[in-house]
Write a protein of this length. Sequence first.
Length: 131
Amino acid sequence: MAKAQKKTAKKVVKKAAKPAKKPAVKKPAVKKPAVKKPAVKKIMVKTVMPAALPNRKMFAMEITLLDKIQAELFDAIAQKPAVMDFEETRLFVDNVYMTMNKCVTIAKDVKNMILNKDFKEPITETYNSPA
């Protein structure tokens, strides 16, 4: 045999054992008082003149006419005959027909009055400051 080889036994080095971890105990959560952050206030610049916006006073005539239409329609509905008499039913239908025609005509007039009102156009341009 060739050279005798000696095998040296390797020393086993024992590592220091790590201490065992204790199971984590949950602590009751302590709620911190809520801190209010100051709200960011957005400043809106009104570009429309207050007189340019339509208000209740500008539509006084239209509101009056629409109230008149509503009252007439309620009256026409309230006059419905209780008895099934042919003549009373015919009169009721004729009355409702005339009331509806009148209301449609008034509603068209109100629509035209609103469309013909001359409101100032709102300013929609934006301010672009110089660089």
